[in-house]
Design a protein around this ligand. Sequence first.
Ligand code: SF4
Length: 355
Amino acid sequence: MLNIRYHMSDKHDGLRTGEDPTKAILSESGLNSKHLCDYVVNVATGCRHGCKFCYVPSTPNIRTRPDMLEEEVDVENGQKEWGSYVLYRDGLGERLDTHLDRKRTWRETRRGQGVVGVSFSTDCYMDGRAGAITRNVVEALTSHEKYTRVLTRNPILALQDLDVFQEGGKYVTIGSSIPCLDADQVGAIESSAPAPELRLRGLQEFNDHGIQTFVSMSPTYPTQDKADLRAQMEEIAVCDPAVIFHEPINPRGGNFEMTVQAARDAGEDELAASLDALRDREQWIEYATNHLQWMQELGRELELPVHLWPDKQLIKYVTEEEAAWLQSWRDRQSPEEFAEREVPSGTPPSIPLRP
Ligand code: SF4
């Protein structure tokens, strides 16, 4: 076993913490469109990693609760101050256990397969307090035989709950976002999250102990060429993931300017310039389409289970043939054998050549 007991300190300069007064336990989710889950459980509001490109602060969970954020943790602007506040949902696992005892219906869409995502609006192992909540949440879900997809940038910390994952057996999978292997570039826009190498090592350890893993290469950076993506996939293969999800970065979000500025501030000038260039629609289409094509090709060449997440907006801007190719990915099931999915036997469509 990896000889690391990795305990991220609960201290963080300027981090404001409190207890989340929300009564939310288990929420239906639209992430079935990405073949991830039908439900989500979030262990906190806010996330100490504060990734600059994060979409969460623009969601209703943050946008519609300004009074609560101000009252509980003195936050004036939930988006601008993202990464500096966390409201934990202490005791959530116990409440979820009771909720599941009473719940009589369960949503199972074709794409979501009734899976529960833990947790997609914050990192469920961002620190010890979140990890303690997550442990009880995973126990509650798997003991009720609910398929559970845990996503964290800190799988090393999650290793302290290896026993719970092992007891969860076929009902649990753990994955991590590994957008790029260049620690300096990743650190520029995900400054508080563990380095990519640590994420890989954590997943490898889970895999070595028989826990199914998955990886999300999301979002890959415009500084990466096909050789970089190949090298990254070869490293990821060591974790034997059941699927490698992939999506390019989306430059339309309200926080994209903050992402570019963070790269500049960190001295990552090439990353900043190449991100900035994506504001030009043609350049974004070229980068996004190239990355999606390369990932499909590399998946075949390296015999790795790739699943692409093409952006709806991108599909509107490309040729008819490319649009059909990208849409076919949106319609495909993830190749994971998780939640007793019926995996389609057809091969992915061929890639149309760009003019
Ligand atoms: S770890 Fe996830 S939820 Fe947290 S800031 Fe980063 S992208 Fe957002």
